[in-house]
Design a protein around this ligand. Structure first.
Ligand SMILES: [Zn+2]
Length: 192
């Protein structure tokens, strides 16, 4: 194992040593964990600064990549923003770009959520653009209204499945067929 070049991979020697200890059931290296913990306890500010510095570094790298249209992720994000530019909500005409969302048009076969397609590289830019083209642009508010209507329809379908198709009798007398006689008048069959 020493031929693997422990000097070239930072921390490898320590990792191998620990693997060996775990494999052989040896105790932790005496004092090392305790010393590290004592140092952390004695230097909470340095621990916090270190963590924050690393977090900022990571976020900066991710944000830079996202914003750079020469990367695949950046190109997909740019394509999405371009598709949303100067558009308006299909239902209410809202034009604030930040309120506009992409919703798959009914009848289109959805590959995946657009947001889930930004990072994985298997979704190429052209696949991503093809998915964008399957979407309508709708504002967040209208989208909620549509989602609510969809849920209500699904509820109704579920009730039909559970209680059967309404007969001509229940259609003639639309007085809440599955409502128990003891419930009060404020009960709404659609509410859960
Ligand atoms: Zn709208």
């Amino acid at each position: 194992m020493t031929a693997v070049g422990p000097k070239r991979i930072p921390g490898l020697r320590r990792i191998l040593d620990r693997m060996r200890r775990v494999a052989r059931g040896l105790p932790e290296k005496p004092g090392a964990a305790e010393r590290a913990k004592a140092w952390r306890d004695a230097n909470p500010d340095r621990v916090r600064d270190y963590r924050e510095a690393r977090r900022d570094e990571t976020n900066a790298a991710v944000n830079a990549k996202r914003a750079d249209p020469s990367t695949l992720i950046g190109a997909k994000r740019a394509a999405r923003e371009a598709a949303r530019q100067d558009q308006s909500c299909k239902h209410c005409g809202e034009t604030d770009t930040y309120r506009l969302e992409f919703v798959h048009r009914s009848g289109e076969r959805k590959l995946a959520n657009l947001s889930d397609m930004v990072i994985p590289a298997c979704y190429t830019l052209s696949i991503f653009k093809a998915e964008l083209a399957k979407c309508d642009i709708i504002c967040a508010s209208c989208r909620r209204v549509a989602a609510h209507a969809k849920r209500q329809a699904a509820d109704a379908a579920r009730r039909r499945k559970q209680f059967g198709e309404p007969t001509q009798k229940t259609l003639d007398e639309p007085a809440q067929p599955e409502q128990p006689a003891t419930t009060t008048a404020v009960y709404e069959p659609g509410a859960e």
